[in-house]
Design a protein around this ligand. Structure first.
Ligand code: SAM
Length: 278
């Protein structure tokens, strides 16, 4: 194959992994409106029957559940994890901040030497996050400026297809965190994203992916809505394992921590995934 054809075929592959600029722009506008809506992220079946205050309290409770679970994962860090993180920058990459309901864990990440980075396609969400992260970081006495949190305004699938475009070093990410993000992406995007993250889990047995979402396994008979899909645990593990095995070595991904929470008519699962080591 000529060099030009190789370059063309590689750039086509990268395009297939990422979304077109116009689609990213549309997603960003859509999510700007949702993130500014006082009753955002509430199942449409009940949205009309509850006040904005109840919506806010309910979102806060689910956010509290998700961030408690994430704190538990962070607190499982070992002495080896800490000494590795002392030596070079290691990151927790959180995706989809929304109104910041699940963003109160900067201190816990800092204590285990992880720098917090949030990524969100919506400028409204990014603007919500910036002061929340700043306040948490500045409340840590003598905080090390190298661990100052940051926010990247970008679409996840496209960022993973081209991490340089958002100055993301995926090899430095030890914990990936997504609450209510998988369920709002297309099946194709979830497949691409999970395979990319699976590849990153394979870099180290201490790397983790934390997903908080409603799964079909615990919501049998759930009729579903236009804007949110229920994936099965099997689908998540399958795609993560495919990604983790993409260098030709067969690896399996497993759940190592799990909790559940009821949110209106759905049961949510908080799951931590890692590479199976034995
Ligand atoms: C349903 S909200 C969840 C917010 C928060 N995690 C919570 O549980 O309260 C989903 C968030 O993901 C962001 N988002 C949606 N699709 C995205 C994508 N493809 N890439 C990056 N962010 C995305 C939205 O802007 C929104 O802030």
């Amino acid at each position: 194959m000529s060099t030009n054809r190789i370059v063309l075929s590689l750039s086509l592959k990268t395009k297939q992994l990422g979304l077109s600029k116009s689609y990213q722009h549309r997603l960003s506008n859509d999510w700007d409106s949702r993130n500014a809506d006082p009753r955002a992220f509430i199942p449409s079946k009940v949205r009309a029957q509850i006040t904005a205050e109840v919506a806010e309290q309910s979102n806060r409770k689910l956010g509290g559940f998700a961030q408690d679970f994430l704190r538990a994962v962070l607190n499982n860090s070992t002495e080896d994890d800490l000494s590795r993180r002392e030596k070079s920058e290691r990151v927790i990459l959180a995706v989809g901040g929304g109104k910041g309901h699940d963003s109160e864990w900067v201190r816990e990440a800092y204590m285990v030497r992880l720098r917090t980075v949030w990524l969100d396609v919506s400028a409204v969400a990014c603007e919500n996050l910036i002061p929340k992260l700043k306040e948490q970081f500045e409340s840590i006495p003598g905080s090390d400026p190298r661990l100052r949190p940051s926010v990247k305004c970008a679409e996840l699938r496209s960022a993973l297809a081209n991490p340089d475009s958002v100055s993301l070093d995926v090899k430095s990410v030890e914990i990936w965190y997504m609450c209510r993000v998988v369920e709002i992406m297309s099946v194709r995007s979830v497949r691409v994203v999970l395979r990319q993250i699976g590849k990153c889990l394979a870099y180290s047995p201490s790397n983790r992916l934390v997903i908080v979402d409603a799964l079909s396994d615990h919501n049998i008979g759930y009729t579903g809505l236009k804007t949110s899909k229920l994936f099965s645990l099997k689908f998540l593990i399958l795609n993560l394992s495919i990604g983790a095995s993409s260098d030709g070595t067969r690896r399996e991904v497993e759940v190592c921590q799990e909790r559940t929470f009821t949110f209106f008519d759905k049961k949510f699962s908080a799951l931590a995934f890692k590479i199976r080591t034995s």
